[in-house]
Design a protein around this ligand. Structure first.
Ligand code: NCD
Length: 326
């Protein structure tokens, strides 16, 4: 593996290798001294053309825990606002000796374009390209689901996949790179994925994906999912009106306090463990998820953030440690 651009081309064994490596990294993160010397002398550039809190901070923490030098570049306040092209920016960063470029960009395909170009020899990690893909988010979601699934069955997490786990993804699928990356990865790992969304927020072609599609949230919850993954309503990507009002969205598609009561009764497989609630953040509390649902004991939202660092350490380690030093 040279780059991480999408989850759609990850094989089962590649995905499992990343998750198992992330488990090892997780142990490092629990130590008093949270550092490994693996990437000493290497440079990781965070190239962010879109806002981010969790993903950027998490990549930075991951690179630092592996002893890499980190350069943070955000388009705001840079020469990008003077009209500099992606090519010129990347060539500048490459000239400074970047070994890995973590890129978030509003255009779908930006990371792939960078990886295919001769602008840089660095490993390219897609941290979100438009509405297309967000592979490390899906990997951290998979790690979180796998941990919960293993705990419910009282087995170890390492080496186990998601076979048989029922995951319901809820909300703004149309604009969600998180949903797309999860559909590919979770199904590769053996999960059964369902989507439920307003018809206006389902992409054309979703019926060809390896998923079951529902149009009514209460009906979808009645299918007994083991995990519900809420998606943010991505208002910044909505040019027009996709639903009447925010209150109407919440009533029909939100994880409200009433629906939380339903989710509280769900159990993972035949175990007594309660179903998991996920959200990639940032949350619109009171829109797609109620405060009580976000903060409930079933919520694994903070675990997702913690696992984000371990997964990104694993990916940086796997992509860079196999390369000769530049
Ligand atoms: C997601 C993103 O940016 O795609 N957030 C994240 O990376 N944690 C989801 C979102 O913005 O809704």
């Amino acid at each position: 593996m040279k780059h991480l651009l999408t989850t759609s081309d990850l094989s089962h064994s590649q995905a499992m290798n990343i998750l198992d490596t992330a488990e090892e990294m997780d142990q490092v993160s629990q130590r008093e001294v949270k550092k490994l010397p693996t990437l000493r002398g290497r440079t990781v550039v965070n190239l962010f053309y879109e806002d981010s809190t969790r993903t950027r901070v998490s990549f930075e923490a991951a690179a630092k825990r592996l002893s890499a030098d980190v350069v943070n570049f955000s388009a705001k306040g840079s020469s990008v606002s003077k009209g500099e092209s992606l090519k010129d920016t990347v060539q500048t960063l490459d000239a400074m000796g970047a070994d890995a470029i973590v890129i978030r960009h509003p255009a779908a395909g930006a990371a792939a374009q960078l990886a295919a170009s001769d602008w840089t020899q660095a490993a390219v990690l897609n941290a979100g390209d438009g509405t297309h893909e967000h592979p490390t988010q899906a990997l951290l979601d998979a790690l979180t689901l796998r941990r919960g699934y293993a705990a419910a069955r009282d087995t170890g997490s390492r080496g186990t996949d998601l076979s048989g786990l029922k995951v319901l993804i809820i909300g703004d699928v149309l604009h969600s790179r998180v949903a797309r990356s999860n559909v590919w990865l979770l199904t590769t790992l053996g999960a059964k994925v369902s989507l439920v969304a307003p018809a206006t927020l389902l992409p054309v072609g979703a019926e060809t994906w390896p998923v079951t599609i529902h149009y009514d949230l209460d009906e979808a919850l009645a299918t007994d999912p083991d995990a519900v993954m809420m998606l943010r309503v991505q208002a910044e990507r909505m040019g027009g009106a996709f639903f009447p009002t925010s209150a109407e969205y919440t009533r029909r598609w939100g994880l409200t306090d009433e629906r939380l009561a339903v989710v509280e009764s769900l159990r993972i497989g035949p175990s007594q463990a309660p179903a998991m609630i996920l959200h990639p953040g940032p949350m619109n509390r009171g829109v797609e998820i109620s405060a009580a649902a976000a903060d409930s004991p079933q919520s694994v939202i903070t675990e997702q953030v913690t696992h984000g660092v371990s997964v990104r350490m694993a990916v940086l380690h796997l992509l860079l440690s196999g390369r000769s030093e530049t």
